[in-house]
Structures are given as structure tokens and as C-alpha cells.
Design a protein around this ligand. Structure first.
Ligand SMILES: *[C@@H]1O[C@H](CO)[C@@H](O)[C@H](O)[C@H]1NC(C)=O
Ligand SMILES: *[C@@H]1O[C@H](CO)[C@@H](O)[C@H](O)[C@H]1NC(C)=O
Ligand SMILES: *[C@@H]1O[C@H](CO)[C@@H](O)[C@H](O)[C@H]1NC(C)=O
Ligand SMILES: *[C@@H]1O[C@H](CO)[C@@H](O)[C@H](O)[C@H]1NC(C)=O
Ligand SMILES: *[C@@H]1O[C@H](CO)[C@@H](O)[C@H](O)[C@H]1NC(C)=O
Ligand SMILES: *[C@@H]1O[C@H](CO)[C@@H](O)[C@H](O)[C@H]1NC(C)=O
Ligand SMILES: *[C@@H]1O[C@H](CO)[C@@H](O)[C@H](O)[C@H]1NC(C)=O
Ligand SMILES: *[C@@H]1O[C@H](CO)[C@@H](O)[C@H](O)[C@H]1NC(C)=O
Ligand SMILES: *[C@@H]1O[C@H](CO)[C@@H](O)[C@H](O)[C@H]1NC(C)=O
Length: 866
């Protein structure tokens, strides 16, 4: 039969003898693509079939248009002149909209026609979604072949992929989809029927297709010289669901050999393949009263059906059941129609179809997720050669930037990771991401995304990592995102991202210096504060230390210094012992335990804070700190490198702050405080909690007491009073109402501490509390007395007055009268800008400290002094 098929195919291609009259018929649901057709020639109506061919350009994103070589082949069918070939990428796919759960006849035609001048027939694979349909070996078929499969799509889109398997380039000439009735050509679940042959008995060379065939099946004439073909001019009732064309049923093969048998043999390439058979019968001869036609149908020697007599001018179709396991031994198959003893006439057959069963075990990726990822792809205009076909499977063709959970092939894979870092994305964060419900990691860093950070990210249950750094996002960071447990969130480098009323950072970029900027959940505005704190440190502290400061120090732009890159991880106690060399070098003693020096990976310096076992607060505080630090990344926050939890032994491994804490710098004493603001109230802002790295970059540490407000509407939290005496908001102390203004108070105290370089509480002073004491000095107008004498008066009194005034409004006893943190930041920036731009008396000193300050501000504030 293969011989016939091939011969007829060539006839079809080269001599083309379709004689249909074009009828207007409903071709609803037909997809008819002329591959490689230029869009300006599309669509066109094929004169022999009346089918409308369209260009394939809008169904495939890759590939190039080719045209067969006129001198190599003679072609009469227009659709075969052009073709599409795929020189790039391993897998290239057509993406077609289909009706879910509908059986489709899918047919692809390949005519090589030496389009590339290489005279080499290609060989490649065809896939339907994640499953292999067949191998297209054009060399074995002299450069021309078609493949057909009857497939029920589980989804509403269908991917037909050409996969490069060797050195030759996949190509395709036409692609056609025909929806079928859903009750015909049924195969077992997870399998499809690949066409082997479809023929009708006739000696003509005419291929029957649409419009003769309502489904546009192609029926090839089949004859054998030993057969006797009978025909009728009467019409046959073909309405049994299979509805083959009249022309296929009005002729039939009969044959009587010595045993009264009609044999039709064929071969299967794969002897293990199951096959299906559809046999169409109708009695088209007029039988006399004393005549009978009766026969048995045998497949490979076994009775398949019978005894059977065809019905007069009415179709009967014999089919294999969907679950049929018929196979052909050694690939040799034989259909036999054997006359029964009572039959006076030979057996007869009008038409037949044979299929092999192709197993499609691999489920497509979860459809909702496929739709979502496609939306994301089209919204961002992502054209990636690998982003074709099924996103997750086969694993070999996993889309770049995705990861999937594909535990077993019978359940649809799900997308667990989407990494579109540095993909040139513009526009907003697409809502379609919400439908990737199994997403664990989302990396959209280093793009040009704009708009707000959507709150739905917090509703995505599986999400563990979100990286939005290096974009152009703005608006307010959703509170619920900040509070999401176990979420690692990075929003660094989005200068317009707001934390509350103010801007997280009011920054403009130094030209030619694209630098990282802010981030962080909660502490964003706090962080901006610390940028300012850094400036203050440099302005006041470095001036004090001017004589000991060497020229080369800190000339490197600060923000280009990467923090410790080591991945945050859980360390074992043994590792902690090793990294600290058995807790050899003590850096200091914190409120809850000792801090040791150590090295991770033998080179990255770290500070290891061991929470003392005796401390009953220890464990709770440890948890709070880990929780917060693991989801907060900011250059003004001390990075948590890892942690260790073993029984009662708790250790936090931090990035090492070479210059100790701010308090050390200021007065050589123990701790400093931090200032914080909105979503998280730090509750323990003090100079000891502001640490300095080797570039005098201030970082906020010790989050143990921090407390997130549960939602944006809530402005205070009733809580047990905690914090450090002297920095504690008296309003909070009195009422137990914790508000962001409590941190403003504490920060005001820090400001005063910086300006005066005096202890926060000093019982020997006229008034022990620093806030009260400065207040007293201010009313006296005694600024000399307030400022640190080691500054040697090298400052502008206007600037200092502004600092002092600001600090004093922060420590106002009534929290309602204190400024918000954003107002504090704005004011501080103005003061510093003014101070930096003023011409100083001490030229050398001034230029040096100004340099320091502008360096510190590099990313955050317009440097005005250079
Ligand atoms: C063909 O057969 C079907 C089913 O047996 C019947 O319903 C229909 O009326 C027949 N058509 C004609 C034209 O006789
Ligand atoms: C079948 O063969 C007969 C006789 O050769 C011919 O008249 C008829 O047109 C053929 N049928 C088709 C569909 O070509
Ligand atoms: C059937 O009857 C016809 C006459 O009506 C006769 O010519 C023919 O031989 C008979 N055939 C058989 C098989 O008996
Ligand atoms: C993958 O999916 C299976 C079943 O849906 C689930 O049991 C398993 O935990 C998932 N694995 C991961 C790594 O998400
Ligand atoms: C995303 O990809 C980039 C490089 O392509 C890589 O550096 C980054 O770690 C990836 N993100 C995640 C979350 O794995
Ligand atoms: C953002 O867009 C600007 C201008 O269109 C471009 O220069 C820059 O490289 C883009 N940044 C990223 C990270 O894609
Ligand atoms: C984004 O952040 C995540 C988690 O912090 C990290 O794994 C990933 O590598 C980052 N992406 C890039 C491109 O740095
Ligand atoms: C960020 O967005 C603003 C408009 O909102 C635009 O003017 C600016 O150029 C963008 N910045 C970058 C780096 O793309
Ligand atoms: C940001 O800085 C600019 C000048 O650099 C200033 O005009 C603007 O008011 C500031 N905005 C905020 C919110 O601080």
C-alpha cells in the first residue's frame, strides 16, 4: 500500500488532477495555512477546492519564507510553492486557537523542492504540544510527504512544533486543521490517531477531498491489478457520522481468488504500535433474488467481524474500539475478507482507513498558567526563540527564565519560577502574573518597569522571592507585601517608590553613574534617613577626626561597593564555631549577647551575634530579627548573611561593619541608635544601632524590637513599652501607644547626640536628658555650648541652627507636633546641601569633607559640591 500511497502522492503533487467544481460550503472552523506566503498575497481562494488559504505569519513567531526551486519540481498547487523554514532555534512552534475537547484532523504538508539549493532532503521531528507526533524523514520519501493526525486538544490552544534533530533545517509547506464530530475516530485517553492510509477503491487518479469530503479528509484511489472494481451511478446513503464522500462509496473492490478471499496487506514501521482500522461498506450492485454476498472480516488471521453482508446503497462502517490493542507481528498486517459458504458473490469493500496509535503521555502545562505566561510574553513583547510551544515540557525545551514543577507526566506541570531579569521590560507589572498561582520566585530586576508595585503579589500564596530591583517603579509599596511572612522582597533601585507620604528617597542620578538606590519594605523611609545620617556622620564626625583621616580613605563611590554577596543561609553550629575561630575575637556586647568577629568562606568578614541562652527575650527577638532581615535588602541596613539555630544556641551572622557603630565614632562608647519611621517602628533608635562600614556608610541594625503596623490605615499599635532609656518617646512611655512618631522622637535624640557629642542622659547636667538640656541652651541662644567643641567652629551657624531646630521639633513632647520622617529627611537634605555648598574658611578641610559628603550622596542627593 505504501507503494500506492507514494505513487499517488507524486501524482497529486506533480500532475494534479482535481476536477471539483467549487461550491460554496461552510468551512467553519477550518484553519488553512499556506506556509511562507507573504502577508500581502493573503488570503486567496484555491480554485480547485474553494478553500481560503491564509499566510501563516500570524501563527508563528519565527522562521523564514522560502520558495521551491521551479527547475527542481513542477508544481500545480499554489499552496506548495512557498514554505517556511526554521534555521534558528531547536524548537519552533505554530500556535493555533482550537476548541477545547474537540477532535481535530491536523495535516501538514512538506515539499522540499530544493528551496535552499542544497539538494538535501531534511529530516526532523514534529511535536504536538509537549508530545512527539512523528519524525518527518523527507529523504525516505523523495522530498515530499504529508502527515495527518486526529487529535483531541485538551486545551484551547494547540502548539504544533517542528524540532530540529540533526543538521538539516525543518520546513513546512501547508498546515491544516479540520474540526471533526466528537463521536468519530475516538482513541483511548492520552493518545491520538496518526494516519497511515485512507483510500477508496477506484482505478482513477483522483484524490477526493473538500468539498467532496465535508471534513476535507484526503481519499486516495487504491487499485490492484487483480481486483475487479465495480461502480454505480446511484447514490449511496453515507450519513452514518463518518460521512465519507459519495465518490468513495460509489465504487468498490471485489476479487475472488481460489479461496474466495480478498486480501489487503500493509506494513507498519513500528511493530509495537497499536493500530486502528475503519472499513466502509455499501452494496452497490443489484443483487438477484437467488444471490447473496456474505463474508467474514479477518485481521491478521483472526475474525474481526462477520459473517457480514453490506447494506444496499447504505453505508456501514466497521471500526476498532478505542481501547483496541491490535498489533502487527513483525510489522506485517493483513486484512482479509473471506466469503462464507452460503455466499454466492465475492466479498466487497468500498473504502478503508488505517491509523497507528500515538501515545501522548505528557500533560500540557496548566492551561491557566500557559495563558498567563503568554499574556505576559505578548504584553512585554518578549521575543525569545525558546519561548515557543509548551513552556515547561518537554524539559529539554523549557522556556528560558522559567522553572517548572513537573513531578509526573500525567499531571499538568506548573510554573514555579519566572526570571525576566534584564529583559528590557517596560510598562507596568502585569496583572497576568497573578495567574501563575504556583510561582515561588519572581525576578523582574533590572528592567524599566513603571507604575505601582501591585498588591496582588502579596496574595500569591507560593511566592517566596520577589526581586523588583533596578526598575522605575513608583507609588506606595503595599503594606501587606511588606508583612508577608517568609517573603524575600527586593525593591532596591526604584527611586520613585514611596514608602508613605514622602518619597523613599528623594534622589536624582549622578550622570553617567547609574547607581543602586533604595528599597525595602518597611524601612524604606528609615533607610533614607540613614543616608542622611551618613551625611551627618561625615559632616560632623569626619571633621572631628580630620587630622587622623588619610586622603585615600573612602574615595571609592560608596554605592558601587557591593555588600556581602553570600547567599543568606542557615549555618550549622559547627560552621559558626569555625567561622569565628571558636569565638576568638569579641567585637562587643549587645543587649542580648556577645558579638564575635569571623569570616565566611574564609574571606568575607562577618559579625556573629550569639544570643545568650539565659536571655528570655532572646529567642523571640532572634525570630523577629531574622524574619525582618531576611526580607529586607538595603544598603543602609545591615545585611544578614545567615543564621544558626540549634537548641538554645542562636547566632546571627551579619555583614561586618568595619568602622563599628556611630557611637563609637562619636564618643568611643558603646552603642548608637537608629531612627525609623512608618510601616515599621524600630522602637530602638539610638546611635549604637547605626553601624558604619569601611566607607562610612551608615546602616541600621538590631531589628529585634521592630514592629510592623498591620495595615496602612492603622497608625498606632498598643504594645508593651520597650526601647532604650533616653531615646524613648515620652508619649509612648505614658500611653503605650506606639506610633511612627516614636521613632521620630528617637531620631531627634540621635541628631542631638551627633551635634553635641554628649551622652543622652547625664545626671551631672543641669537637666539630665539631652532633649531638655538642648532646649534650655536654645532658649539661652547658646549655640557654642551645644555643638561639639572638636568641630572647632568649622560650620555655618545657620546650618547648625537648622539641625538643632529640626532635632528639637522631633523631640517635641507631643507626638502630633513632631514632623513626619519624610519631612525630616527633606529638611536634612536641604541643610546639608546648603552646608556643603557654602564656601568654607578652612579650604583644605572643607573640600575634603564636601567630597566625602557628595560621595555619600552620590545616588541620593544632587551633589552640589565637587
Ligand atoms: C440515510 O440514513 C440515515 C440513517 O440511517 C437516515 O436517517 C437518512 O434519512 C438516510 N438518508 C437518506 C437520504 O435516505
Ligand atoms: C471511479 O472509476 C470509474 C470508472 O473508472 C469512474 O467513472 C469514476 O469517476 C471513478 N470515481 C472517482 C471518484 O474518480
Ligand atoms: C440465479 O437466477 C438466475 C435467473 O434468475 C440464474 O441465471 C442464475 O444462474 C442463478 N444463480 C445462481 C447462483 O443460482
Ligand atoms: C510539585 O507538585 C507536586 C504535586 O502538585 C507537589 O506535591 C510538590 O510539592 C511540588 N514540588 C515543588 C518543589 O513545588
Ligand atoms: C535570574 O537570572 C539572573 C541572570 O540571568 C541571575 O543572576 C539571577 O540570580 C536569577 N534570579 C533568580 C531569582 O534566580
Ligand atoms: C531603560 O530605558 C532607557 C531608555 O529607554 C535605557 O537607556 C535603559 O538602558 C533601560 N534600562 C534597562 C535596565 O533596561
Ligand atoms: C534578585 O533577588 C533574589 C533574591 O534576593 C536573588 O536570588 C536574585 O539573584 C536577584 N536577581 C539578580 C538579577 O540579581
Ligand atoms: C522613569 O519614568 C519616568 C516617567 O515616569 C521617565 O521620565 C524616566 O525617564 C524613567 N527613567 C528611566 C531610567 O527609564
Ligand atoms: C526632591 O528634591 C527636589 C530637588 O532636588 C525637590 O524639588 C523636591 O521637592 C524633593 N521632593 C521630595 C518629595 O522631597
Amino acid at each position: 500500500m505504501g507503494r500506492y500511497l507514494h505513487g499517488v502522492l507524486c501524482a497529486f503533487v506533480f500532475t494534479f488532477a482535481l476536477l471539483h467544481n467549487v461550491q460554496a460550503q461552510d468551512e467553519k472552523g477550518f484553519i488553512t495555512l499556506d506556509c511562507g506566503l507573504l502577508p500581502d498575497g493573503s488570503p486567496y481562494v484555491d480554485s480547485s477546492t474553494g478553500l481560503t488559504f491564509t499566510s501563516d505569519a500570524s501563527f508563528v513567531e519565527s522562521g523564514k519564507n522560502g520558495r521551491v526551486d521551479k527547475d527542481s519540481v513542477r508544481i500545480v498547487e499554489k499552496a506548495l510553492v512557498t514554505l517556511r523554514y526554521f534555521p534558528d532555534g531547536e524548537r519552533n512552534c505554530y500556535n493555533l486557537k482550537v476548541t477545547q475537547g474537540t477532535n481535530y484532523l491536523i495535516r501538514a504538508f512538506f515539499l522540499y523542492g530544493n528551496y535552499d539549493g542544497f539538494n538535501t532532503n531534511p529530516n526532523f521531528d514534529l511535536f504536538l504540544g509537549p508530545n512527539k507526533w512523528t519524525t518527518v524523514d523527507l529523504d525516505a520519501t523523495a522530498g515530499v510527504k504529508y502527515e495527518e493526525i486526529i487529535h483531541m486538544s485538551r486545551l484551547s490552544s494547540l502548539q504544533i512544533c517542528l524540532v530540529k534533530t540533526g543538521t538539516t533545517t525543518p520546513m513546512i509547506s501547508t498546515l491544516e486543521l479540520r474540526p471533526l464530530r466528537s463521536d468519530i475516530y475516538i482513541s483511548s485517553t492520552g493518545s491520538s490517531l496518526k494516519l497511515l492510509s485512507r483510500s477508496y477503491a477506484n482505478s482513477s487518479s483522483r484524490i477526493l477531498r473538500y468539498p467532496d469530503d465535508v471534513y476535507d479528509r484526503w481519499w486516495l484511489p487504491l487499485v490492484d491489478t487483480k481486483w475487479n472494481v465495480v461502480t454505480t451511478t446511484l447514490s449511496v446513503n453515507t450519513s452514518n457520522g463518518y460521512d465519507p464522500p459519495q465518490g468513495a462509496m460509489t465504487s468498490a473492490a471485489t476479487y475472488v481468488n481460489d479461496n474466495g478471499r480478498l486480501d489487503i496487506p500493509w506494513s507498519l514501521e513500528d511493530s509495537t504500535a497499536r493500530f486502528h482500522i475503519y472499513l466502509h461498506f455499501a452494496e452497490i450492485q443489484t443483487l438477484l433474488a437467488n444471490e447473496t454476498r456474505e463474508f467474514n472480516v479477518l485481521l491478521n488471521g483472526k475474525v474481526f467481524n462477520g459473517p457480514y453482508s453490506p447494506k444496499k446503497l447504505k453505508i456501514d462502517t466497521m471500526i476498532t474500539k478505542p481501547e483496541s490493542t491490535l498489533r502487527c507481528e513483525r510489522g506485517i498486517c493483513l486484512l482479509q475478507l473471506v466469503k462464507t459458504t452460503k455466499s454466492t458473490l465475492p466479498p466487497l469493500i468500498n473504502a478503508m482507513e488505517t491509523f497507528t496509535v500515538v501515545e501522548f503521555p505528557q500533560s500540557e502545562t496548566n492551561q491557566d498558567e500557559v495563558i498567563a505566561i503568554k499574556k505576559i510574553q505578548s504584553a512585554y513583547g518578549l521575543s525569545r526563540i525558546s519561548w515557543q510551544g509548551d513552556p515547561c515540557v518537554p524539559k529539554k525545551f523549557l522556556w528560558a527564565g522559567l522553572n517548572c514543577n513537573n513531578t509526573d507526566s500525567s499531571t499538568p506541570p506548573t510554573i514555579t519560577s519566572l526570571n525576566l531579569s534584564s529583559s528590557g521590560l517596560t510598562d507596568i507589572i502585569m496583572p497576568a502574573i497573578l495567574h501563575l498561582t504556583n510561582l515561588q520566585e519572581l525576578d523582574l530586576s533590572n528592567n524599566n518597569l513603571t507604575g505601582a508595585v501591585p498588591g496582588f503579589l502579596a496574595d500569591m500564596k507560593s511566592l517566596l522571592v520577589i526581586n523588583l530591583s533596578g526598575n522605575n517603579l513608583s507609588g506606595q509599596l503595599p503594606q501587606k507585601l511588606l508583612e508577608k511572612k517568609g517573603l524575600k522582597l527586593n525593591t532596591e533601585g526604584n527611586p520613585k517608590l514611596l514608602c508613605t507620604e514622602g518619597s523613599c528617597e528623594n534622589k536624582s542620578r549622578e550622570s553617567g553613574h547609574p547607581k543602586k538606590s533604595i528599597v525595602v519594605p518597611v524601612v524604606a523611609s528609615v533607610a533614607s534617613l540613614f543616608v542622611v545620617a551618613t551625611a551627618l556622620v561625615l559632616f560632623f564626625v569626619l571633621k572631628r577626626k580630620k587630622s587622623s583621616k588619610t586622603k585615600e580613605s573612602g574615595r571609592t563611590p560608596r554605592s558601587s561597593e557591593p555588600p556581602i554577596i553570600t547567599k543568606k543561609k542557615k549555618f550549622t553550629y559547627e560552621e559558626v564555631t569555625e567561622m569565628t575561630n571558636n569565638f576568638e575575637r569579641i567585637l562587643g556586647k549587645g543587649g542580648f549577647g556577645m558579638v564575635y568577629h569571623g569570616y565566611v568562606n574564609g574571606k568575607e568578614p562577618v559579625a556573629v551575634k550569639v544570643v545568650s541562652q539565659a536571655s528570655n527575650h532572646g529567642h523571640k527577638q532572634f525570630k523577629a530579627e531574622v524574619d525582618l532581615l531576611l526580607r529586607v535588602h538595603h544598603k543602609n541596613l545591615v545585611s544578614l548573611v545567615g543564621y544558626c539555630e540549634k537548641g538554645n544556641d542562636l547566632a546571627l551572622v551579619y555583614e561586618y561593619m568595619a568602622n563599628g557603630d556611630l557611637k563609637e565614632i562619636l564618643s568611643g562608647l558603646e552603642y548608637l541608635h537608629k531612627g525609623c519611621r512608618p510601616p515599621i517602628v524600630h522602637r530602638d533608635v539610638k546611635t549604637a544601632n547605626i553601624l558604619l562600614n569601611e566607607h562610612f556608610q551608615a546602616k541600621l541594625a538590631d531589628f529585634g524590637l521592630s514592629r510592623s503596623f498591620s495595615n496602612e490605615g492603622e497608625s498606632h499599635v498598643s504594645t508593651v513599652v520597650a526601647g532604650t532609656l533616653g531615646y524613648l518617646d515620652p508619649d509612648y512611655y505614658n500611653t503605650n501607644w506606639l506610633t511612627e512618631k516614636s521613632d521620630v522622637y528617637s531620631f531627634g535624640v540621635v541628631l542631638l547626640e551627633i551635634i553635641t557629642n554628649l551622652p543622652v542622659i547625664d545626671q551631672s547636667r543641669e537637666t539630665p536628658y539631652i532633649a531638655e538640656w538642648v532646649g534650655l541652651m536654645v532658649t539661652k541662644g547658646d549655640i557654642r555650648n551645644i555643638t561639639d567643641p572638636s568641630l572647632n567652629g568649622d560650620y555655618h551657624s545657620d546650618s547648625v541652627w537648622r539641625f538643632v531646630e529640626l532635632a528639637m521639633t522631633c523631640v517635641n513632647a507631643s507626638s502630633a507636633s513632631r514632623p513626619t520622617m519624610s519631612q525630616v529627611v527633606v529638611e536634612l537634605i536641604q541643610c546639608l546641601t546648603f552646608e556643603n555648598s557654602r564656601g568654607g574658611t578652612s579650604r583644605d578641610l572643607d573640600s575634603k569633607s564636601s567630597r566625602q559628603v557628595s560621595m555619600t550622596f552620590g545616588t541620593d542627593v544632587n551633589p552640589t559640591a565637587r
